[in-house]
Design a protein around this ligand. Structure first.
Ligand code: CA
Length: 222
């Protein structure tokens, strides 16, 4: 899942980012309202974690503007205990859920997963190709009955490829979805990850990940 975290308190933002990344999320952060709004409208996110009091433009105004434009991205508001009025207004404006600070990042992650499932009911929790099974909820990957150990990045990479079978995904798209837009890496890191993942997947499943020369990669069903 790719999530935008909008929070101007550095300590809280980095706690959320670190915690969600450890749980396998791809996280972009913004500490300023106008920048956050620009990101929310130009990037694709599975959910937005939105603080209310922000410099530049407040969270409720961002939410209102997104809903006005029929942008249905799931939004979870972060509120202070005292912000009851804002919380109610936010839910009326189309927020999908809220959490009161302080909170456990594990609960935030569980709520984000629930939101993603609720919003797109057709979203499958299990991806399958031949012998290969990927459970998006438990994050288990199996080849037949044998569990495979993928790193967080390898898992996200495999999930991204398997979600769009037959479609060529460019290195830039892969970079944005699996590493996040501000991640500064050598593009051949993607190739290194693909190679490593192919080895773990075994011959049949590895062959499903096709290299498209000069462009990127494509997942084809066996
Ligand atoms: Ca704030």
């Amino acid at each position: 899942m790719k999530v935008l975290v909008v929070e101007d308190e550095k300590r809280i933002a980095s706690f959320i980012k670190k915690g969600l990344e450890e749980l396998g999320f791809v996280v972009d952060c913004s500490a300023e309202g106008n920048e956050a709004y620009a990101l929310a409208t130009t990037q694709q996110y599975d959910a937005i974690v939105l603080d209310i009091m922000l410099p530049g433009r407040d969270g409720l105004s961002i939410l209102q503007q997104l809903r006005k434009q029929a942008n249905a991205v799931p939004v979870l508001l972060l509120t202070a205990r005292s912000e009851l009025g804002e919380r109610i207004e936010g839910l009326n404006l189309g927020a999908d859920d809220y959490m009161t600070k302080p909170f456990y990042v594990e609960e935030l992650a569980a709520r984000l997963h629930a939101l993603a499932r609720r919003v797109s009911g057709e979203r499958l929790s299990i991806l399958q190709a031949g012998e290969l099974t990927v459970n998006l909820i438990t994050r288990e990957v199996k080849l037949g009955e044998t569990p495979l150990r993928l790193t967080v990045r390898e898992f996200n990479l495999l999930e991204y490829l398997m979600r769009s079978p037959g479609r060529v995904l460019t290195r830039t798209q892969i970079l944005e979805h699996v590493w996040g837009y501000d991640f500064d890496i050598e593009t051949n890191l993607i190739d290194v990850h693909i190679q490593r993942m192919r080895k773990k997947l075994g011959q049949e499943a590895a062959a499903c990940i096709e290299t498209v020369r000069g462009v990127g990669y494509r997942f084809v069903r066996p």
